[in-house]
Design a protein around this ligand. Structure first.
Ligand SMILES: [Zn+2]
Length: 189
């Protein structure tokens, strides 16, 4: 059975057995916080459980590497909306050890793209349009610096309310152990 079919089949019994009842919560986060972290599979549950959060406690924003790529991109917009419209009062930015984006080989990714049919001309066209694919795909080498850089982007954003604490953490995806990078209460103005 394909993944999609198994999803749809499972869903029918999930709904008819009213299993959704255990997950019912409001759209505002109980712990009044928004967590921005990596899409790593190892963090799917661990990334909230190791911090003591349960269903309904948080807004969670994720992407590859927990990288804010642009101050006016979708991640920053999500964080701002969480604060101004959805009841979040604190931001937690959490990178992790052994991140796939920390070791990403951009040339290898481009090679795989070409093997799967992306043409050389496409890279050239993008380059002429001012899009540097290497820059677009690049990761980072130091997760602590990356978390600090994210915090700086948020904290210095013209639309950000500087009374909102922005905390920085790094999690070990094997044990869930946290390292404190930045205590956001000390940043507030
Ligand atoms: Zn990661």
């Amino acid at each position: 059975m394909s993944l999609l079919n198994s999803i749809l089949e499972y869903n029918q019994s999930f709904v008819s057995n009213k299993e959704y009842k255990q997950y019912q919560t409001s759209k505002n986060p109980n712990k009044k916080a928004v967590l921005f972290t990596c899409m790593d599979t190892r963090l799917q549950d661990l990334g909230t459980k190791a911090l003591g959060f349960n269903n309904g406690d948080l807004k969670v924003v994720k992407n590859a590497g927990a990288i804010i790529t642009h101050p006016y991109g979708s991640t920053m917009r999500s964080l701002l909306v969480a604060i101004y419209a959805l009841g979040a009062e604190e931001i937690i930015i959490m990178g992790h050890k052994d991140c796939g984006m920390g070791s990403i080989d951009v040339e290898e990714v481009k090679k795989t793209m070409k093997q799967r049919g992306i043409k050389d001309e496409t890279f050239e066209t993008l380059s002429h349009s001012g899009i540097n694919v290497n820059h677009f795909l690049e990761g980072f080498s130091n997760v602590i610096e990356r978390v600090e850089h994210n915090i700086d982007i948020v904290y210095n954003h013209p639309l950000f309310d500087k009374t909102v604490p922005v905390h920085g953490l790094v999690i070990d995806p094997a044990t869930g152990e946290l390292e404190l990078v930045r205590d956001g209460y000390k940043l507030q103005q």
